[in-house]
Design a protein around this ligand. Structure first.
Ligand code: ADP
Ligand code: MG
Length: 335
């Protein structure tokens, strides 16, 4: 089990990671989702031992790794640019870590064959790196990382350079391999689709902090903060005003430009306070509101519809511009 406790890191007096704490349990794949430049790679480098936190601890099975050099941590890293050795063939690329470990040639042969099978590259052993497509190269990188049976695998935007359909296939395969081998993994990306596909647990990194940590479904359904809702593009964020003082229990009435709603809210608010509310379209229940259609955008299997005061909704059938439509919504308080 990997555990980070209050990890901090600054560059040139600018805090990049302010206070990072999380755990990766046995067999679990967690995904750290954050914008470009949010410090994802820096965090992985610290876990790998290539860089040091300013303060805080990184532990594996309750042992502090501060004095454990990278090669003794037994962690594997897979990068976007594959990091294969172009002068070696596929066999030698996958065997690389095993050869460093003084294992018999017979065992190395068996292990490499096994790993190439795991990543669906049977028969590729004698090929050159330059003869492989990007997706195939990334499979080799995965086979190489798996070959040495690391205690933890880390993926730094590994599919960033690949096109969309290939990405999705590889993601599904990678997820299957990780679950089969039960190697705990940290996958970092700025790509939300990727994150939600691969993860058992999603962690949102924003402004140097983990602002949300939960199962993909839970994080999507309840982003719980304005930053998380914005990051994910969940629903619409609107302004509201608290009608009556709220003690942080039960529901409270919020007045908005779309009407007044009874909102379940775990925060303490005084009467008249301004709040941000998340409006999600709902198929099951909630309040009904009327909206006027302003514009319609085609979005794969449905239509994204811009309505009154910039509220976006989705519909299966395209409405007419100017039409008044009724939609059911759920309103949540983001604080
Ligand atoms: P991400 O992987 O999320 O895109 P990074 O961890 O690569 O983010 O880097 C975040 C920011 O930290 C970068 O924009 C850069 O300004 C800064 N940074 C990273 N490494 C260094 C370094 N070695 N020296 C100075 N600044 C750095
Ligand atoms: Mg990065």
């Amino acid at each position: 089990m990997l555990e980070l406790v209050n990890v901090k890191k600054s560059y040139e007096q600018k805090p990049l990671l302010k206070n990072i704490s999380f755990k990766v349990n046995a067999g679990e794949t967690i995904c750290l989702l954050g914008a470009s430049g949010s410090g994802k790679s820096t965090l992985l480098r610290m876990i790998a031992g290539l860089e040091f936190p300013e303060s805080g601890e990184i532990l594996f099975n309750h042992i502090d790794l501060a004095s454990v050099p990278p090669h003794l941590r037994d962690f594997g890293l897979v990068f976007q640019d594959y990091g294969l050795f172009p002068h070696l063939d596929i066999f030698d690329n996958v065997a690389f870590g095993l050869k460093m470990r003084n294992i018999s040639q017979e065992k190395i042969n068996a292990r490499v064959t096994d790993m190439l099978e795991t990543v669906n590259l049977q028969g590729f052993a004698a090929r050159k790196v330059t003869e492989l497509s990007g997706g195939e190269q990334q499979r080799v990188a995965l086979a190489r990382a798996l070959a040495v049976e690391p205690r933890l695998l880390m993926f730094d935007e590994p599919l960033g350079a690949l096109d969309r359909t290939l990405k999705e296939d590889l993601l599904h395969e990678l997820r299957a391999v990780l679950h089969r081998t039960k190697i705990p993994a940290i996958y970092v990306t700025h790509d939300q689709d990727e994150a939600f596909t691969i993860a058992d647990r999603i962690l949102l990194l924003h402004d140097g902090e983990i602002i949300r940590d939960g199962s993909p479904a839970d994080v999507w359904d309840h982003p719980n903060s304005i930053h998380a809702a914005r990051m994910l593009g969940v629903g619409n964020i609107i302004e509201g005003r608290v009608k009556l003082q709220n003690d942080g229990r039960g529901t409270t009435n919020m007045v908005t430009a779309f009407g007044a709603f009874d909102v379940t809210c775990g925060h303490k608010h005084s009467a008249g306070e301004s709040v941000s509310l998340l409006v999600k379209q709902s198929d099951v229940g909630g309040d009904e509101i009327q909206l006027e259609v302003e514009d319609i955008f085609f979005k794969q299997d449905q239509f994204r519809v811009k309505t009154t005061r910039g509220l976006f909704i989705r519909l299966k059938e395209a409405p007419k511009i100017g039409e008044i439509i009724r939609v059911k919504i759920m309103v949540e308080c983001l604080g």
